[in-house]
Structures are given as C-alpha cells and as structure tokens.
Design a protein around this ligand. Structure first.
Ligand SMILES: [Zn+2]
Length: 118
C-alpha cells in the first residue's frame, strides 16, 4: 500500500498592518535656512516664509542662507534691501567669493508641522 503524503505549505502572506509612512513624503520641497544663534544651516520646507523663529529654539531666528563653494559653508543671506544697496553684500564674509543658493543640503531638518497630528 502506497501512501502519499501531501504536504501543503501554507505560506500566509505577511500582511503589513497598514503602515503608512505618510509623514515623510518625497514631494516636499526643501530649502536652506540659517540659524544665527546656533550658526547652523537647516533644511526647511520651502512653504515656510523666512525669516521665522526656529521651532526648536524660539529665541533664535531662521533666515535665508547662501552657500560659499570655496569655504564649503552656508552663510546667512543679507536682507534683499542690503543686497541691492551694498555692493559685495552677497559675497562670502571670509574670502569675498560669490555666494549661491545652491549647495549641498544640510543634514538637519526642521519640521514646522504641529505635533498635534495624533
Ligand atoms: Zn567663502
């Protein structure tokens, strides 16, 4: 008598528990802001109007940042008025090199979204 054993392998699909990482979306655009107190450059969402107080340090203000390619550093951008009036206002304070809005994005990100999303 030949017995056939059928082994049925039930591979239950691993159903995720509806994990939606919707908090981090790739379609958010970032720009660089400079914190004068901590002398750090941060990534913030482009929808945030500058200058604005730092959400993690309300006593400090964030302002637009410009990048110096030779120093490889972000510097606070002078106000537009000053840029227009003062020759050289848009230059690096260290080496008078040109400052640009393009540069490697800083690692720190600041979130302006209220924590009340839960
Ligand atoms: Zn420089």
């Amino acid at each position: 008598m030949i017995r056939k054993f059928l082994f049925v392998l039930c591979l239950a699909p691993l159903v995720g528990c509806g994990s939606e990482d919707s908090t981090i979306t790739e379609d958010v655009l970032w720009k660089v802001a400079y914190d004068r107190k901590s002398k750090q450059a941060y990534l913030i969402e482009t929808s945030v109007q500058l200058p604005v107080s730092n959400p993690e340090n309300p006593r400090s203000q964030l302002q637009p940042a410009l990048y110096c390619a030779s120093c490889q550093k972000w510097y606070p951008a002078p106000p537009l008025e000053q840029l227009n009036r003062t020759p050289g206002a848009g230059k690096c304070p260290k080496d008078s090199g040109p400052l640009t809005i393009d540069g490697p994005p800083p690692e720190q990100k600041l979130s302006f979204r209220p924590e009340a999303s839960k």
